[in-house]
Design a protein around this ligand. Structure first.
Ligand code: ADP
Length: 430
């Protein structure tokens, strides 16, 4: 093996020439300079050699029988596999036309015979370098294209993400705006409520103050009225007893009216005192069996029940925390009214209780005359009556007392009724 020759050939060169001498000369010299030449003697062989193993460069003779160099070059340029192989024509033809023709069919260079081998070598070298650079450029180009397309893909993804982000941002802004608006409304609502609450508190305080005043007044008035009333009543009765025979009928009637007025006034004062006592002398609350309470109320109403033939139903009433005497009075007033405001048929009263919102909801239902819608609130106010004394006796204080008792026990009271269809009084107790 030649020690100067590099182990890997500098290039794989196909030499095409129909003159064996030229072939040999070029082959020897190329081999000496480190190239790996292959030699063929006509165009067909050249095309076959290129197809089976494409060389790095072709030295191509022009004038050859059957297929000249131009045709060989045209075939090579027509095939993708061989198109890129640089072709250098070596020819004895030295006309400009020939050279132009050679470049027209795709040659990269043209060397006129007889040639200088150093020139051939220099041209081979420069075209191989050119070819190598072209290849590198192409590869770099491919890499660059890949880089560009991957960057484009990244950019696209980024743009898409950006769009999603923009959408998200605008959605959030919309939500934020809606929230701010709601917040504003809520703030307004809160300040409205606060205003209403403080107004309510103020009027509640006012109410409590006037209630206390009224209570005080009712207590003082009824208490202080009792003594003079008793004097008037007893002297009237004395007058009636002692002078009945000495006075005319009209005077007797007048005295009768005074006695009757006194009795009525006594009832009013008693009720008023009762009303004012609900808030006073408060006894501590205890656990009270409501069945026992109703029993006591019915015992107090015994005469009325007997006289009217009333039927009062109740059973399994719960135990509640409260003041016995007040609860007896509550049931007594309600059952008493249910019997008093009756229709033709004997009164039927039903007392029930059920659990409702952690409280006991009681009801006292009757089959009486009923109450028109427009009066259902005011009957709980003191002295509010819907009938004359002749129609139904009473003072208009009973339900006001009931309301006071229920409220003292932390509950509320109301009525549901229709004229002629009976009434149901509801109240809650803790
Ligand atoms: P009083 O019975 O002394 O008039 P209340 O305060 O107990 O006073 O009742 C106020 C008014 O409510 C009564 O005058 C009556 O018109 C009406 N009322 C109360 N209970 C009933 C009832 N169960 N059925 C129909 N009306 C009733």
């Amino acid at each position: 093996m030649d020690r100067d020759r590099p182990q890997t050939p500098l290039g794989n060169i196909l030499v095409v020439d129909d003159t064996p001498e030229n072939l040999r000369l070029l082959s020897t010299m190329l081999t000496q300079r480190g190239y790996a030449p292959r030699c063929v003697i006509n165009g067909q062989m050249a095309l076959r050699a290129c197809n089976s193993n494409p060389p790095d460069l072709i030295l191509l003779d022009i004038m050859m029988p059957q297929m000249n160099g131009y045709e060989v070059c045209q075939h090579l340029k027509a095939e993708a596999k061989t198109r890129e192989i640089p072709v250098i024509f070596i020819s004895a033809k030295d006309e400009v036309f020939d050279k132009v023709n050679a470049f027209a069919v795709g040659a990269v260079d043209y060397i006129s015979k007889p040639f200088q081998f150093e020139e051939v070598l220099a041209r081979i070298e420069s075209h191989l370098t050119l070819r190598k650079l072209q290849k590198q450029l192409k590869e770099q180009n491919v890499l660059l294209q890949e880089e560009i397309s991957s960057r484009l893909a990244v950019e696209n993804t980024l743009q898409e993400k950006n769009q999603v982000l923009q959408q998200e941002i605008s959605n959030r802004r919309a939500v934020e705006k809606a929230l701010q608006e709601q917040n504003l409304l809520l703030q307004q609502e809160i300040s409205n409520r606060q205003r209403a609450e403080s107004a309510l508190l103020k009027s509640n305080q006012e109410l409590a103050r006037s209630n206390a005043e009224l209570e005080q007044f009712a207590y003082v008035a009824s208490h202080d009225l009792q003594a003079p009333l008793a004097t008037i009543a007893s002297y009237s009765q004395l007058l009636e007893k002692r002078y009945q025979d000495r006075l005319d009928s009209q005077a007797n009637k007048f005295i009768g009216n005074i006695v009757h007025g006194c009795t009525r006034m006594q009832v009013l004062i008693d009720d008023l005192l009762e009303y004012s006592r609900v808030g006073r002398n408060q006894k501590p609350f205890e656990l009270v069996e409501c069945d026992r309470v109703v029993e006591q109320a019915l015992a107090n109403l015994q005469a009325t029940i007997r006289d009217t033939g009333a039927v009062v139903n109740y059973s399994d009433l719960p135990a509640v925390t409260g003041e016995v005497s007040q609860l007896v009075q509550l049931f007594q007033n309600l059952i008493g009214n249910a019997i008093k405001y009756r229709q033709e048929s004997p009164p039927v009263v039903t007392v029930t209780a059920c659990k409702h919102d952690n409280k006991w909801l009681f009801s006292v239902a009757d089959n009486g005359i009923g109450i028109a819608m427009q009066h259902q609130e005011r009957i709980f106010q003191i002295f509010q009556r819907l009938h004359t004394q002749k129609e139904y006796s009473g003072t208009g204080i009973g339900l006001a007392i009931c309301q006071k008792i229920v409220e003292r026990h932390g509950g509320s009271i109301w009525v549901e009724s229709e004229v002629g269809q009976g009434s149901i009084f509801y109240f809650t107790l803790g």
